[in-house]
Design a protein around this ligand. Structure first.
Ligand code: NAP
Ligand code: HSE
Length: 428
């Protein structure tokens, strides 16, 4: 096999430029490893005049990524633009329709349209690879689809948004509040163009939906992921969690239970001494549990030019070597519509409420929780800030449905001022 593998790269931002650099810098090494040259034939971005810090003059330029995808002098369409509609979707479909394999870093596109795209690819005898879409440089898709293929996967969990982990760990380390650190992330260029994708848990939710599909053989079901962002976490939550031996993480968990497929991406308290609890800054971690292997922990950079381009390059090498695997690890037509669990497995919850400091207020709270079947493990009033007193409650194990009923009932009392902050306590 000596014919070169010819790439068309759409998107020359952080990741696209990183891929161009790897293909140029490691041309000889890639040829040796893949048994054939890997070359870039054509590229596309919006601004043809932007200096991107890499030489692009040897490549054909297409201002329209769909035209790039349709070129007959490329074998692989590398989609690094982003967005789940518009050019990314149109060009990916066009590439498959014209017989190209696709490599993508686009979790939003795949989480939302992955099933249709995988079916289109397989009908055309082509493949879509997307290692870079989940946890950046960590080879988690490869681990699940290949190395762990002999396991029945029981649970996948992890911290998959570096920006959120950066904010949460910096809050604890520096004593600065959420808003200050959000601004810091904006200055450092850590935030997605729409920051709600990061802090609202959506970006990480896309990633979880993709892992879940591979792990449990379901059609990617992003709409079934229970999402909660980190915007309401305050320093006092982080301090209370630390006092109890926990740290707060935006944690993704996917598991198949008797109640259905549970997928959630929510801020949780995790034991401070667990691998997930010790994860600092923008680093990602994915924990995979299988019946034979027991537990595998993968840790590494979840974003950035080098790490993300590294994952894209790994996919390109697979295609150059002739390695083929179904998009989600099994034929798309065999993926199932697994019912979503309506409630997660029971767990203790951390609650912070602003309670009116007047006689009988605590009794009303206890009664609202008790009526919903939620039992209190610990309760503490820790100040008298006017007009409400902050109260911290840790519940015994209950389901999310019971907790929601309790929160609804609390809202209808006249003693709880603001929306309580409710965080699941995850024993790992
Ligand atoms: P980026 O820096 O914003 O770059 C996007 C690129 O796409 C730019 O070069 C832009 O052109 C080009 N583009 C946008 N719309 C286009 C259009 N209509 N036609 C042609 N080109 C168009 O984005 P990125 O950070 O590299 O991310 C790319 C993808 O990788 C996204 O799906 C992202 O979610 C994913 N990803 C990123 C990271 C990361 O660390 N950055 C990590 C994992 C996954 P101009 O430069 O001319 O504006
Ligand atoms: N915005 C993402 C993060 C990076 O903060 O992890 C790309 O997935």
């Amino acid at each position: 096999m000596t014919e070169p593998l010819r790439l068309g790269i759409a998107g020359l931002g952080t990741v696209g430029v990183g891929v161009v650099k790897i293909v140029r810098r490691h041309a000889e090494m890639l040829e040796r490893r893949c048994g054939r040259p890997v070359v870039i034939t054509a590229v596309s971005a919006r601004d043809a005049n932007k200096d991107r810090g890499v030489a692009l003059s040897g490549y054909a330029w297409e201002s329209d990524p769909v035209a790039l995808a349709k070129r007959d002098d490329i074998d692989v369409f590398v989609e690094l633009m982003g967005g789940h509609e518009g050019p990314a979707k149109d060009a990916t479909e066009a590439a498959l329709a014209t017989g190209k394999n696709v490599v993508s870093a686009n979790k939003a596109l795949l989480a939302i349209h992955g099933q249709a795209l995988a079916e289109q690819a397989e009908a055309a005898g082509r493949v879509i690879r997307f290692e870079a879409a989940v946890a950046g440089g960590i080879p988690v898709i490869k681990s699940l689809t290949e190395g762990l293929a002999g396991n029945e996967i029981t649970r996948v969990m992890g911290v998959m948004n570096g920006t959120c982990n950066y904010i949460l760990t910096r809050m604890e380390a520096t004593g600065q509040g959420y808003n200050t650190l959000f601004e810091e992330c904006a200055r450092l260029g850590y935030l997605e163009a729409d920051p709600n994708l990061d802090v609202g848990g959506i970006d990480a939710g896309h990633k979880l939906a993709l892992l879940s599909s591979i792990a449990f053989g379901n059609k990617p079901a992003f709409d079934d992921v229970v999402l909660q962002g980190i915007q309401r976490i305050e320093l006092e939550d982080i301090r209370h969690a630390a006092d109890m031996g926990y740290r707060i993480k935006l944690l993704g968990v996917a598991q198949r239970t008797a109640r259905g497929l549970e997928q959630r991406m929510t801020p949780c308290l995790v034991p401070a001494n667990s691998p997930l609890g010790q994860l600092e800054g923008g680093t990602n971690m994915v924990v995979i549990e299988g019946d034979a292997v027991e537990q595998v922990v993968l840790r590494g950079p979840g974003a950035g030019e080098g790490p993300t381009a590294s994952a894209v390059a790994g996919d390109i090498c697979d295609l150059a070597r002739g390695f083929r695997i179904s998009t989600f690890g099994q034929p798309a037509t065999s993926l199932q519509d697994l019912p979503a669990a309506q409630t997660g497995l029971p767990a203790p919850y951390y609650l912070r409420l602003g309670l009116q400091d007047k006689p009988g207020a605590l009794a009303k709270v206890a009664s609202a929780l008790g009526d919903a079947g939620v039992s209190i493990d610990r309760m503490r009033q820790y100040g008298h800030s006017e007009p409400t007193a902050p109260v911290l409650i840790v519940t015994h194990k209950c389901t999310s449905t019971m907790l929601e009923a309790a929160l609804e009932s609390l809202a209808s009392t006249d003693v709880v001022d603001s929306d309580p902050v409710a965080l699941r306590i995850e024993e790992l």
